[in-house]
Ligand binder design. Structure first.
Ligand code: CP
Length: 317
């Protein structure tokens, strides 16, 4: 299988944060910070990808990630092709690889890929030309590396010093690629304590998260936390009969103001989106003073600019 790093240890593709060395992860966060400007100022931009073409291939729905990659590519001077996959020839039976080879023949430099099936981004890496990069924009329940980067960047901007932090991720952990990528990044950064809080029906296999504390009680999970991240129920990844009732979920598990009051007074509240208000999080908490949810979105563009610039530097020097 193609590696996401080249023979010199540089980022060549981005598939997962699982085995990313700490220096590379921190380097991407530092690079991302350089692309942040204050709201109301012009967004950061340069011409690092001038003349290059980025293709967005989203075989699952997306608002944030797709728009964020598109803006990031444009702010680096690239052309962007966002394929309408429901209207593409894959819907007529064309294989994924034939779609990739067809677009590659139009001189695509970067494929940004989201797919419901595990292994698709790595499979594409194995088949693209030597000058082409593949970036994982969400893979089944397994990986969402740019989300993981933007999440730890957001935490770092508010609470530098991961070793001192208690981070609680609450909700449907079992089906969440966001939780997995956050887990990979937080472990690499040496987080003090990571709590994964889920009702029993949505709890993950403990073996997969050996270094985290698994809990099924939201009050216990949130108590004393510095960071509380809420996750939605991933209904698209479970049978309808297993879908929890939204009102029951909110009553037993939702992040209400009363539950948030159990966390540290200066705790930040995160959510990757899309958000279901008054299911996994109260609307007043999502909009409240501790929420950094919109900052996560802003930071996502900077992270995607950093990742695209890094892989293009690896390929073209
Ligand atoms: N956080 C996230 O992946 O959101 P989208 O599904 O809207 O891209």
């Amino acid at each position: 299988m193609a590696s996401q790093i080249d023979a010199r240890g540089r980022l060549r593709h981005l598939i997962s944060l699982e085995e990313m060395p700490r220096t590379q992860l921190v380097g991407l966060l530092d690079r991302s910070e350089q692309f942040l400007t204050a709201m109301g100022q012009y967004p950061a931009s340069n011409q690092a990808l001038a003349g290059r073409t980025v293709a967005n291939l989203f075989f699952e729905p997306s608002t944030r990630t797709r728009a964020s990659f598109e803006l990031a590519a444009r702010r680096l001077g690239a052309e962007v092709l966002s394929l309408d996959v429901s209207m593409s020839s894959r819907a007529k039976g064309e294989s994924l690889l034939d779609t990739i080879y067809t677009l590659q023949a139009m001189q695509i430099d970067v494929f940004v890929v989201r797919d419901a099936q595990s292994g698709v981004p790595a499979f594409i890496c194995d088949h693209v030309a030597p000058h082409v990069a593949v970036l994982n924009a969400g893979e089944s329940h397994l990986n969402h590396p740019t989300q993981g980067l933007l999440d730890v960047l957001t935490i770092r901007l508010h609470k530098p010093g991961f070793e001192q932090l208690v981070v609680a991720i609450a909700g449907d952990i079992q089906h969440s690629r966001v939780a997995r990528s956050a887990h990979h990044a937080l472990m690499t950064l040496g987080v003090g304590e990571l709590r994964l809080v889920a009702p029993p029906a949505l709890a993950p296999d403990p073996a997969e998260f050996a270094s985290a504390i698994l809990l099924d009680n939201i009050e216990e999970g949130v108590a004393g936390a510095d960071v509380v991240m809420c996750l939605r129920i991933q209904r698209e990844r479970m049978e309808v009969s297993r879908n929890p009732d939204p009102a029951d979920f909110y009553r037993e598990f939702g992040l209400t103001p009363e539950r948030l009051a159990l966390a540290k007074p200066d705790a930040i509240v995160m959510h990757p989106g899309p958000m279901n208000r008054n299911v996994e999080i109260a609307g007043s908490v999502a909009d409240g003073p501790q929420s950094v949810i919109e900052e996560q979105v802003t930071n996502g563009v900077a992270v995607r600019m950093a990742v695209m610039q890094a892989v293009m530097e690896t390929i073209h020097g």
